[in-house]
Design a protein around this ligand. Sequence first.
Ligand SMILES: Cc1ncc(COP(=O)(O)O)c(C=O)c1O
Length: 458
Amino acid sequence: MTQTSSRVDDYLERGLRHLWVHTQQYNDLAREDGLVVIARGDGIYVEDSKGRRYIDAMSGIWVVAVGHGRSELAEVAKRQMETLPYANPFAYATEPAIDLATKLAEVTPPSIQKAYFVNSGSEAVESAVRMAKQYHYNRGERRRQKVIARIGSYHGVTAMAMSLNGSSYLNRKPFEPLMPGVIHVENINCARCPFEKTYPDCNVFCARHVEDEVKFQDPNTIAAIIAEPISTSNGCWVPQQEYWQILRDICDRHGIVLIADEVINGFGRTGKWFGIQHYPVEPDIMTVAKGLSSGYAPIAAALASNKIADAFVGEKQDALAGGITWGAHPVSCAVARANLEIIDRERLVENSASVGAHLAEQLQELRRRHRVVADTRGIGLMHTLEMKRNPETGEDFREEDNVGNRMPELLREQGILARAGAAISIAPPLVINREEVDQVVDALDQAIGQLERDLGLA
Ligand SMILES: Cc1ncc(COP(=O)(O)O)c(C=O)c1O
């Protein structure tokens, strides 16, 4: 359904005047066709207010696992709102929260048993770090305040989560000094190893060097290590098999809490329920969000093993400090539980693995076809296509190439919504099939070809 042009223009005008769009520069939005108003969605498709239809090739932002337009989830939300819209999470439980916590205990690694529900990935990270610090505090290890995170990683936007970020995606400078005691270690990147080593001769030094830092800092001052099982913001790097075992061993030997940030990886995105399940280890705490509700309601969680949770059993002051008014919101919990049932019933984790393998092959084909495509990598339905002006010399695009604005536009012209610049993220809803993946790849082919022609690089 196309809206009247005066209504469309009215929304665009008021959108520019009153709505603060996250992360965007106003000047970019104010350009011709800069602000896009998404009006509706159905399956893997979304439509904007001008009636243009796109494949949602990023699932919003790694969120809409089960696809758009699931009236079943709307029904669940309606029923829960009518039954009980809200209860005080500082004092009481609700049935939807207990049901969701039970379901999560079933699908997560066996040691993960307890769910602390919040509203966003940033709050989940914040809660996980709070849990780790108070876990040590309650056990009498009160010097354990430092947290190890990795360069290139993204963990959120609240003050503590922002302190953990090692990614240039978010400009931390205006907010410094941030939380003291965050130590950033190198991330994995087998194409451009920060240690200039090559696997397997490197002996997975990117994991082993973390122990040198732990020893240098004094292990008795380290509360936690936090990392995404499969690093996304750093560009979809899939660690070698040994990587997580080495981190787990370091944590075990030095009494450090291991936090797996599954905010993007979780709920089938990587072809398993959780990214960590690609590795033979279990974390102490997992953070989850995004695919937990597929975006049908805001919800996230810090999920803990009994080892962690048991340290909070005792006197009143031993309880985890702090609560959040919208925490364990019954409507969000009910919707998330129904969303997980859809993922189960429609075997979307398996679909992510098999259709994702097809996507990986097709992206490699694009690399063979286009000079500017330097690398494609990923797992399940979570991939990155990396472009350079000249992959042979490693020359990046120039500022005047304007790839950050140009690439999303070229993709939109081909009917694709994706986060794109020199790197393009491809993470469609888990319901996508092989033919639809081929459509996405054809569109990428056209858009990249156009970029090459525009820049004289064809
Ligand atoms: C790995 C990771 N952790 C945490 C977050 C923060 O989540 P939110 O944006 O829901 O606060 C993100 C957001 O993209 C993320 O990618």
